[in-house]
Every structure is written in structure tokens, then in C-alpha cells.
Design a protein around this ligand. Sequence first.
Ligand code: SF4
Ligand code: SF4
Length: 68
Amino acid sequence: MSVEIIVDKEKCTGCEKCYYACPKGPRIWKKDKDGKFYAFDISDCHNCKICVGKCPVNAITINMKKDD
Ligand code: SF4
Ligand code: SF4
């Protein structure tokens, strides 16, 4: 199983709370050219879901994906 993090770009305000709340923030989260955040590398994510709880607009969804 692996983790998949989806950010709803329509909802994301770029508040940076996911980046700062995540124990691995700089290794996982990045701002895109539109000022929205996305998980660019999830290899260090341990599915704690802190980012989900901190996002004020419920933009983050974490799914467990079955590996092929
Ligand atoms: S689930 Fe935890 S480790 Fe993974 S991105 Fe969110 S806060 Fe970071
Ligand atoms: S916490 Fe939510 S609204 Fe704020 S930057 Fe992260 S995904 Fe976007």
C-alpha cells in the first residue's frame, strides 16, 4: 500500500498550514506557480493526517493506494 495525497486546487487558499504542520513539510509540500500547495514527494509521508486536520478549507484528501 502507498499513500496518495490529493489537494483540491479550487479550495486551497495557499495558507501554508499543511506545510508547517507536517512533520516532514519541506520534504513533502510545495507551492505551485498559482500559490496553491501540493504534495510533490510523498515518500516520507507516514499517513498521520495532521495536514488534513490543519487545513481550514478541507482541501486535502489522503487515500491508501494498492501498489500494482
Ligand atoms: S499525512 Fe502527515 S506526514 Fe503525510 S503529508 Fe500529511 S502531515 Fe505530512
Ligand atoms: S492547509 Fe489547505 S488551504 Fe492551506 S495551503 Fe494547505 S491545502 Fe491549501
